[in-house]
Design a protein. Structure first.
Length: 202
């Protein structure tokens, strides 16, 4: 069984959002195009969303003076527009939904759960998933997915669509992703809109 993870395609990570950057809406649309073209390749599509508490700092995750590494501006508060999926993402193509970060920092989809409390690992086990592909909007998300998936399942990085917040930070996250992929022997094809196409092989 093959699963596709759709990681954190939310309004607050696109133009006008708390952590938005130019090109975010195009990323969401690109993921929809990919899903429509390749949906038959996947037995299940699982999405994640940040779903932070609005009445606390989520164990230090939110800050009025964020460093954009360990602390961040308030974003993706549960049941707000910022936490909603971007409208360009066709959610009818998603089978299961994961929420993460309720009261705590959470970067990886594996830190979340379904509304019924089922963990991602439990869900993958229930569905007999033995291969995972990932699409995502942010390198900071990707850094946290690779080691956890790779320990358990074959992994393909389908499309790292977008980079993060400042050019300096983007470069740091990109380098971390390349290093992670090299460590586990994967090949990475970048088609992010502000980078030339490239392949990085271990």
């Amino acid at each position: 069984m093959r699963a596709l993870f759709v990681v954190d395609v939310q309004n607050d990570f696109t133009e006008g959002g708390a952590l938005g950057v130019d090109g975010g809406a195009a990323v969401a649309a690109g993921i929809t195009d990919y899903l429509r073209a390749h949906r038959s390749k996947y037995d299940v599509v699982i999405s994640s969303r940040d779903w932070h508490d609005g009445d606390n700092d989520n164990s230090g995750h939110f800050s009025d003076t964020p460093d954009f590494v360990d602390t961040w501006p308030t974003h993706c508060v549960a049941d707000t527009i910022g936490a909603a999926y971007h409208p360009a993402l066709d959610v009818s193509l998603i089978d299961r939904q994961i929420k993460k970060g309720q009261g705590v920092p959470a970067y990886s989809i594996f830190e979340g759960a379904t509304d019924s409390g089922q963990s991602v690992l439990e869900l993958l086990d229930e569905l007999n998933v033995d291969e995972v592909h990932i699409v995502f909007t942010r390198y900071v998300s990707m850094v946290t997915q690779v080691p956890e998936v790779r320990r358990m399942l074959p992994l393909k990085i389908v499309r790292p669509f977008r980079q993060d917040y400042t050019r300096k930070k983007r470069g740091e996250y990109r380098d971390r992703v390349h290093a992670l992929l090299a460590d586990v022997g994967l090949t990475y094809v970048c088609v992010a809109p502000d980078e030339p196409r490239r392949t990085v092989a271990a």
